[in-house]
Design a protein around this ligand. Sequence first.
Ligand code: PEP
Ligand code: MG
Length: 761
Amino acid sequence: MTDQPDIAASPEVSPETESRKLLGRLREALAEDAAGQARLDRIVHLIATSMETEVCSIYLFRDAETLELCATEGLMPEAVHQTRMRLGEGLVGRTARSRTIINTADAPAAPGFRYMPETGEERFSSFCGVPIQRLGDRLGVLVVQSKAAREYTADEIYALEVVAMVLAEMAELGAFVGEGAALSARHTHPVLFRGTQGQEGAAAGNVYLHEPRVVVTNPISEDPEVELGRLRAAVEQLRSMVDDMLSTARSVDAEQIQVLEAYRMFANSRSWMRRMEADVAAGLSAEAAVEKEQGLARARMGQSGDAYLRDRLHDLDDLSNRLLRILTGQGRDTGAEMPDNPVLVARNIGPGELLDYGKRLKGIVLEEGSVGSHAAIVARAWAIPLVIHARGVLTEALNGDAILVDGDQGVVHLRPDEQVKKAFGDKIAMAERALERYASIRELPATARCGTTISLQMNAGLMADLPSLPSSGAEGVGLFRTELQFLIRNQMPKRAELSALYSRVMDAAGGKRVAFRTLDIGSDKVLSYMKPNDEPNPAMGWRAIRVGLDKPGVLRMQLQALIRAANGRPLSVMFPFIAHPNEFRDARAEFDKAMDRERILGHVLPQTTEVGAMLETPSLAYAPAAFFEEVDFISIGGNDLKQFFFAADRENERVRRRYDTLDVSFLSFLELIAEKCRAADTPLSFCGEDAGRPLEALCFAALGFTSLSMRPASIGPVKHLLRSVDLREVRAEIDRARESGEQSIRGPLRQWLSRAGWYVA
Ligand code: PEP
Ligand code: MG
């Protein structure tokens, strides 16, 4: 393979013995038992004398916007901790903001120069500022200045960059914290993150990192030869790891192979290796050399507008993490104990991984993620507060940190102060009082003031969900997502296991109806033990019933298991993602065949059976009336239906919230389905996430839906609201808004409710 484009470009430098010497001295200085400020003072002195320059200063961030002179050799000592500048202000501020080196022989003439009399700086003509940053996180600026008008050489700049990196690493480790501290410890301040609401609710707990960050504790090496050996051995190991991954992935998933090919390309990149070797030769440890390259790649990742390049930089970032894990033995499975009240903090997580953690999580915070994903649905089903898009939380949070998750506002408080904790405690107490209110109506029906009763059911997918059935007040399980059972396993479950499981589900439901939805895999629900497909658009690809009909083995096994599990009890089955009446007919034929087979085998058949279709694509709404008559019931999978109605990916946060469920177009469409079902006398329910939102539930009920299935925690609030209104009045309000040309019913309905003393979020 040819050598690869220089993605993480750094100046081509030969290892400088001067920088090695400087690093050697730095290591000694850091090993001394000095307190924070003394350590920084020693470092600036060391750099200034080694580089024979009059001034060396370290500026560190006080807060996200303010830099403070924390140590200097050569400027007025009185200026330390007095001189401050905003991000972008003066040459120091510009260095920090641009994250690039500013090297000028005539500083007063440079754009942005700011005169600071307290430092006496006008006497210095040359200026070189190097950003101090750790993996894209800005920490400060390292500055050298001299009277003579000269530009610093590439070798000198290289030495400064290396020192800046060591400083960043030491700051991360808290090396400058202590008596007379120059800065307070990293990861000790309260930090607030504003993300996006994923699942309502409030949780107080402690951080548990899904993938703990690797911490480099030895940035400067003692023996470059030894480090070089370590680096080469680790890269060798990394290469064979990538080769192994490629050989097992071969010919299975083209996208995965593409990523792995990119990994191999980087792992074998000579320029990547050369740069790291140069860093090690200059005195960095193998880990620090890897992290230096990673930091450069991250900085470019943040700046690049080219999606392809960003993806590749992401690959390089991931590969660097793997290399760091090999070198340090840290990372996943570190054995870090889960703290009490764990709040999971991750970049992103799949539904399978989340199911592995189980319900013990108190909250979930993701840097990425999306509300429509199945991981979010699992979090919602378990009523675990979830905040997504909490940018920067991974760089800040440490295992065990106190954390408050406000799923209602999409806000996360990391290491909160006492005042925030108190306010949050009040919020949790209020939520608990609301729960008590809901508990008081648990046994009452969801009968509106007009006398219409709506059947409220719950969505489930795991045995562990069933205990919520009595406590939520649900009348049954309107959607049992059978694929969740498949997702938590490492291999295909056997028919007997499934049958035993379904039987336990029916036992736990205690005679209440459970609508089992047959396997809905594909899209974002990928089984690790099934051959993945290379599809450009899996949500519209080979998924759900399409897989079931094309490869009917698993569907047949599942149907048999369900019939056996019913063992004389009523059985309710529905097929996911029916886009055409014939798909339903074929699926139903499979069910009928399974019944015949079981009869012949002498098994007890279900007492009654009902076979339904999930309406999740607009096409089915326009099926001929005959279809609506032959199907036993219809359940609207609103999550998918809405994404196809508006052509807006449910997992893409950019487009997902563009379209309101209460948009008149969508409501009119739902109404049309309700009318078709009414005409055919076919029971209709709505089981997407929107059914659990009080305002949406109200509209659906007013449009004629008499059965709604939702996560258990939503039943209380939905029932509470339904019992307080007259659905005829809601309907009139919808019609009024529609006739007056409103595009969404949400605003008018909220206003109408607030006039009646209701505030509904
Ligand atoms: C839906 O699409 O609304 C639905 C209930 O199915 P799922 O969310 O599992 O795709
Ligand atoms: Mg669906």
